[in-house]
Design a binder for this molecule. Structure first.
Ligand SMILES: [Zn+2]
Length: 299
């Protein structure tokens, strides 16, 4: 004769297998749907935006569903032992919950500290993949960012909105067609020099010299590592305000990013108080200009 506990166990067994199977299916489905949605987007910039807003979330949902399926499956093992006493049911339950929690926790750590670097690589791929001019079919080229082009057509916008934005300007050399793409500066994380993770994020931007219509300005970007809390700052040029409000004007001489051999210049200044200041520049000219102007009193 079967006890109530025995009957409960049989039902539990079926429930755990079905629910576990469903969660496992959900995990795979979420993963695939994410890939299909990304593949369905043809515009590179939109692919980038999709990755920025959905990729991490979808990956995490998929992992949570997977962890749930593992938890449920662990609740079906050692069926005969568990039958012997209700104590074993709770022991198994406890172990399964530990497993599930551990999977979610470790994944969460990886997603928070390691995955951003991987994701950024993917996003960079779409950001810098040569655009095709839809009208002519020509390959377009990306203008170099001699200066962080803070202004383009949005020169007059409120400072705090504009300064966290990066613009990429793609040019069709034959026709002069221009495609301007706007990227949120805050999303980008850089590699931290202290801990090595790609977790250095922009936290604050400060205008030290306000740009006018005739002169360039200067601002300091402050970064902080999400992981180890290391701080650094970077001085960048702010382009003078353009008088044309509505349209981007191509410069007379085009400089393309691919022509530049130097990608970034880093200057590390060690102060006598043991502190280190790190500055990054887009070109050697900018870096040497900075060194000429550098005065410790201003720090
Ligand atoms: Zn760090």
């Amino acid at each position: 004769m079967e006890s109530t506990y025995g009957k409960f166990l049989e039902i539990w067994q079926v429930f755990a297998i079905v629910a576990g199977g469903l969660s496992f299916l959900a995990a795979i489905l979420i993963y695939i749907i994410n890939k299909v949605r990304l593949a369905a987007i043809s515009d590179y910039k939109q692919k980038y935006d999709y990755l920025a807003t959905h990729e991490t979330k979808m990956l995490f949902y998929s992992i949570v569903a997977f962890a749930l399926s593992v938890t449920l499956f662990v609740n079906t093992v050692y069926h005969d032992t568990v039958k012997l006493s209700v104590v074993w049911f709770f022991v198994r339950m406890f172990i399964s919950l530990t497993f599930g929690t551990l999977i979610v926790y470790i994944s969460w750590l990886l997603i928070k500290y390691v995955y951003p670097g991987v994701l950024e690589k993917k996003m960079k791929h779409w950001r810098y993949k040569p655009r095709i001019n839809k009208k002519t079919g020509n390959m377009m080229k990306l203008l170099s960012e001699e200066e962080e082009d803070v202004h383009l057509d949005e020169g007059m916008q409120a400072e705090e909105n504009v300064f966290s934005v990066d613009y990429d300007v793609w040019v069709d050399e034959e026709t002069g067609d221009v495609k301007v793409e706007k990227y949120p500066g805050h999303l980008m994380a850089y590699q931290c020099n202290s801990c090595g993770f790609k977790t250095m994020k922009l936290v604050k931007e400060e205008i030290v010299i306000t740009p006018t219509e005739n002169t360039d300005g200067e601002m300091i970007k402050y970064y902080e590592c999400v992981y180890c809390k290391a701080k650094r700052s970077k001085t960048v040029k702010v382009a003078r305000l353009s008088q044309t409000e509505s349209h981007y004007e191509l410069p007379a001489h085009l400089h393309f990013k691919e022509e530049l051999k130097v990608n970034m210049v880093t200057i590390e200044i060690h102060l006598s108080n043991g502190k280190t200041k790190i500055y990054e520049f887009g070109s050697t000219t900018q870096a040497s200009d900075f060194l000429k102007e550098f005065k410790l009193e201003e720090e």
